[in-house]
Design a protein around this ligand. Structure first.
Ligand code: MG
Length: 169
């Protein structure tokens, strides 16, 4: 029987998108795209609550129709408690490699009211490009606010969406 991955190899390009949102609370660390950002509030989450990396994992898995982050790292499982999200990215990258794909480029949008991410965008971009072994021009990081509308605009949450394009190896 032909599995879904066998069938997927017929596609040279595969696009995927991911979305994530986390509650912000005082006294937690704010990690975005693997970079710790100085902030009075951080993510209340099961792992480190890195919205870019969680959205990235879903985008990468989604491109290959391999499920979602919760299928591999269920929040109900205590072994993922406080886990650095880069481990989730490594797992997703291994899975798409097995399926015969690599990332062509990544486009990320982070939505956060405060602190403003303008001065951190480049650091996040550089960090992501190193994590994914991609040239800098293949990684985009955009930042926006939510015009004071809840929950992001009222500083109760941070959200991110990520789109990736994969190409067959
Ligand atoms: Mg998440």
């Amino acid at each position: 029987m032909m599995g879904s991955n066998d069938a997927s190899k017929a596609l040279h390009f595969r696009v995927g998108q991911g979305y994530d949102l986390h509650r912000l609370v005082p006294g937690e660390v704010l990690t975005i795209g693997g970079v710790v950002i100085e902030s009075p509030v951080g993510c209340q989450a099961h792992s480190d609550g890195d919205v870019i990396l969680h959205a990235l994992v879903d985008a990468v898995l989604g491109a290959c129709a391999l499920g979602d982050i919760g299928d591999y790292f269920p929040p109900s499982d205590p072994q993922w408690e406080g886990m650095a999200s880069v481990r989730f990215v490594e797992k997703a990258m291994a899975l798409i490699q097995e399926a015969g794909y690599q990332i062509n480029n990544v486009d990320c949008t982070v939505c956060l009211e405060k602190p403003k991410l303008g001065k951190h965008k480049q650091a996040i971009r550089v960090h992501l490009s190193q994590m994914l072994a991609l040239p800098l021009h293949a990684v985009s990081v955009k930042a926006k606010t939510a015009e004071k509308f809840p929950p992001v605009g009222t500083q109760e949450a941070i959200a991110a969406s990520v789109t990736v394009l994969l190409t067959a190896i």
